[in-house]
Design a binder for this molecule. Structure first.
Ligand code: SF4
Length: 209
């Protein structure tokens, strides 16, 4: 690990020692449902909806017993609720049929489920199962490029390149703390470089000054 990476990780972990996903869940299935709902919706809105949803649907069987129309009605406050209800419905049936009613904890199996792409799968692996995983969202794309850790907007390339340079046991914490850093400090339009603990290791900040 280079000094630059080491300093960046130190700065991120000092500032965000308990970084975790903003989505509320109490088991991997709930995280699957919440992440499907979270596409183009705020975490706050998703948490409002899932607070009620998870009281009604307590386990996989509850989702399997319902019909699509009822599920649509139960999540209708969320953007694209019809499509998301369909994804959740299909995903739950696939979990039962293909994975013996257990949410899988392997990338290829997760991404074979309806509504779950690579980023979502990494959120589930990292936060739901405690496995090393780098979820690359818009914040990670922006911050990693500005820091000069990568030089591409392609999320899959970014994930693979970061996996090469960051120690495996730190992947999840890096991803979660970088998301927070992107939200709070390294903002899209006006990054707050003057108050950023990473500025001395940041390519964008050096170029700017
Ligand atoms: S120094 Fe500025 S551009 Fe670099 S990570 Fe910090 S806020 Fe972002």
């Amino acid at each position: 690990m280079t000094d630059k990476i080491s300093n960046i990780l130190k700065g991120l972990f000092q500032k965000y020692p308990d970084a975790k996903t903003a989505l509320k869940f109490s088991n991997p299935l709930e995280l699957v449902i919440a992440t499907i709902l979270s596409a183009q919706a705020t975490d706050k809105k998703v948490n409002e909806v899932t607070e009620r949803l998870f009281k009604k649907y307590k386990c996989l069987d509850d989702f399997l017993k319902t019909d699509l129309k009822t599920l649509e009605e139960d999540i209708k406050e969320i953007n694209y609720y019809r499509n998301k209800a369909k994804m959740i419905y299909q995903c739950c049936h696939q979990i039962k049929e293909r994975f013996n009613s257990k949410v899988p904890d392997v990338m290829e199996e997760l991404t074979s489920l309806s509504g779950i792409g690579r980023k979502t799968a990494n959120v589930i692996l990292g936060s739901g199962f405690g496995k090393p995983a780098i979820a690359v969202d818009t914040h990670v794309i922006r911050v990693a490029n500005r820091l000069g850790l990568v030089n591409t907007e392609d999320p899959v390339k970014i994930e693979l390149e970061l996996m090469e340079i960051i120690p495996k046991e730190k992947w999840t914490a890096f991803s979660l703390s970088t998301i927070l850093h992107g939200r709070e400090t390294c903002k899209s339009r006006k990054p707050l470089c003057e108050q950023c603990m990473l500025s001395s290791n940041c390519q964008y900040s050096k170029y700017k000054s």
